[in-house]
Design a protein around this ligand. Structure first.
Ligand SMILES: NC(=O)c1ccc[n+]([C@@H]2O[C@H](COP(=O)([O-])OP(=O)(O)OC[C@H]3O[C@@H](n4cnc5c(N)ncnc54)[C@H](OP(=O)(O)O)[C@@H]3O)[C@@H](O)[C@H]2O)c1
Length: 219
């Protein structure tokens, strides 16, 4: 995020917050994950590929009996997703799209050919999505935004670790997307989160917080 807590610019242009060294660190986190979740707005706005970029890391995953990249996961109500988006490309990652029960026919009609569409009940909660992913063998889920998904993961107390990278500039536009929105967070002045690491990576800083008893150093 920016110094003032934004994930994006207020404009349609994609905002690059990290530097190359941090993108490489994120790539290592992806390679260590079983699945990566992003919200549907992130797919519409940023069109991310969500693949492990490093050839060595892909090879190492395959040697461990895994697919070269983690499973890609998204959530949607509207199903306003383009099956030509990079998320749905014919690559080596499985794709899961979770939607509320009443949206299943619409989402299957639109995306059924390029992804597995999962009925997540009504309403869809990220707790239910996390439980279903667990049942599919996902032990480590990486959540890469945007703000709506972050807010739900954190307010529902589902995250074990928060990795927050602060880029050295301001956005200064309240129409842009914040790191999180309003909500009741488990961490407050009376229950402070545990800061486990600060690391300077070039001109950005990484803050790592342990948010649950499931947090494991270096996991
Ligand atoms: N800097 C970064 O690292 C970073 C990373 C990721 C994203 N971003 C930025 O974050 C912004 C997007 O964030 P955002 O908060 O607007 O959106 P988001 O979290 O990416 O996606 C929100 C969308 O996900 C679906 N969704 C979320 N919760 C749901 C639920 N409980 N049930 C059903 N569907 C659900 C809905 O999709 P439908 O609308 O399809 O129903 C909702 O509109 C973009 O500007 C992007 O550039 C930045």
């Amino acid at each position: 995020m920016s110094i003032d807590g934004y994930l994006s610019a207020g404009t349609a242009t994609r905002l690059l917050l990290s530097n190359e060294a941090d993108f490489d660190r994120v790539d290592a986190e992806r390679a260590a994950s079983d699945a990566i979740l992003v919200g549907a707005v992130t797919i519409r706005r940023d069109d991310p590929r969500l693949l492990v970029r490093s050839r060595e890391r892909r090879v190492a995953r395959v040697a461990r009996g895994l697919s070269p990249s983690p499973v890609k996961v998204t959530v949607t109500r509207e199903a306003d997703l383009d099956c030509a988006a990079a998320f749905f490309a014919a690559d080596d990652a499985d794709k899961l799209v979770y939607c509320p029960s009443d949206a299943v026919p619409r989402v299957r009609g639109r995306l059924g050919a390029v992804a597995t569409v999962v009925d997540a009940g009504r309403p869809l909660t990220l707790r239910r999505v996390s439980e279903d992913l667990g049942a599919r063998g996902v032990r480590r889920l990486m959540v890469e935004g945007g703000g709506s998904v972050h807010t739900q993961m954190l307010t529902e107390d589902l995250a074990d670790e928060l990795q927050l990278v602060v880029a050295p500039f301001f956005v200064g536009d309240s129409s842009a997307c914040r790191f999180v929105g309003d909500g009741r967070y488990p961490w407050n002045p009376d229950r402070r989160a545990t800061l486990v690491e600060t690391r300077q990576i070039g001109d950005v800083v990484l803050l790592r917080y342990a948010l649950s008893s499931r947090f494991r150093e270096g996991a």
